[in-house]
Design a binder for this molecule. Sequence first.
Ligand code: IMP
Length: 199
Amino acid sequence: MPLILQPGTTLVAATHNPGKAKELVALLDGRFTILSAGELGVPEPDETETTFVGNALLKARHAAHLSGRIALADDSGLSVTALDGGPGIFSARWAGPSRDFYAAMAKVEERLIETGSDDRSAWFTSALAVAWPDGPAVVVEGRVDGELTFPPRGDRGFGYDPIFIPAGHGLTFGEMDPAQKDALSHRARAFEMLKAALF
Ligand code: IMP
């Protein structure tokens, strides 16, 4: 059976974050009706895998299994070369329960100083998974490379945006026009791959 998504299908976004569910609707050009796992009362699983792809698949499969509908999940984060790819899948967790990304960015800077390395290269990853309730699934991964800068600059993005300058640009993601960031981000690249795979 080819894995094709028909426009108008109702998808479950495997997230309890209404902002993320809305972003997924926008990235899919409004082609689908999206319900969030939160709205359906589907609990979030523990992210026990060791890769972005693994965690995206785990979340999509869990939501598809419990809701009986096709489910879409993402997992993303910042990886720093000199930190052996950290914070990576722990990007959200470095911000702690209060989701303080200024503290998380300070932690990245401290850890970098501790390594003694002057390598500031880093990349964002976005893994997107779609799972069907009867088993099959598709997963893709988008990436954008760049350099870290300290102190953080700009307040237009979220998370680690203020310390990340994408390769070939001078502004951080936090300073960029959101439309410019969306055009080159890891998430946009992953969505292009997902659309190519499923539509
Ligand atoms: P997730 O919700 O488990 O995928 O956590 C991803 C975390 O990675 C977020 O909380 C952000 O801190 C970080 N992250 C992912 N994508 C971006 C981005 O585009 N800009 C800044 N931070 C990001």
